[in-house]
Design a protein around this ligand. Structure first.
Ligand code: FES
Length: 154
């Protein structure tokens, strides 16, 4: 049994006849995300059924759009992987974050503390490697500094 708020969304979009399947999926997922803070499996399946697509398509849409997430989390880490940051040690910073948290970009830690994502250039290239946690910018980051940065976030 789906939540009433979810059913309200599905009922509204069930009547929508002007959107493409892709637009419909994105609109439904965006509204579900606003309510839940993420898009749980049951919601993904219901959205797929509504739009007449398979659940894999819905998951692919979620992976492609940075504002959508399959799981909830407390803190989002963004690591710049563009060349200028990467060439100054950004790749090592990313590897260290992955090693400590045991996740890869796009994944959430088991304790739901961190979501790790990558971005292409934050436009602070001269002070890279750059990472952001919940929008707070850390610049000239080294792999050795990663543990102490992560400890600040519980
Ligand atoms: S390359 Fe990382 S901020 Fe521009």
């Amino acid at each position: 049994m789906l939540k009433k708020e979810w059913n309200d969304i599905f009922d509204y979009y069930r009547e929508e006849k002007t959107m493409t399947q892709s637009e419909l999926v994105i609109a439904v997922l965006t509204e579900l995300q606003a309510i839940e803070g993420c898009i749980p499996k049951e919601a993904r399946e219901a959205a797929a059924e509504l739009a007449g697509v398979n659940p894999g398509y819905v998951s692919a849409v979620i992976k492609r759009l940075p504002h959508l997430h399959e799981q909830s989390f407390r803190h989002e880490i963004k690591v710049c992987i563009s060349d200028r940051c990467k060439n100054k040690g950004g790749q090592d910073v990313l590897k260290e974050i992955q090693r400590i948290l045991k996740i890869r970009p796009g994944q959430v830690t088991r304790d739901k503390r961190f979501l790790l994502t990558t971005v292409y250039c934050m436009h602070y290239c001269t002070k890279g490697p750059n990472i952001q946690i919940d929008g707070r910018l850390f610049q000239n980051v080294t792999a050795a500094e990663v543990p102490s940065i992560l400890k600040k976030y519980s």
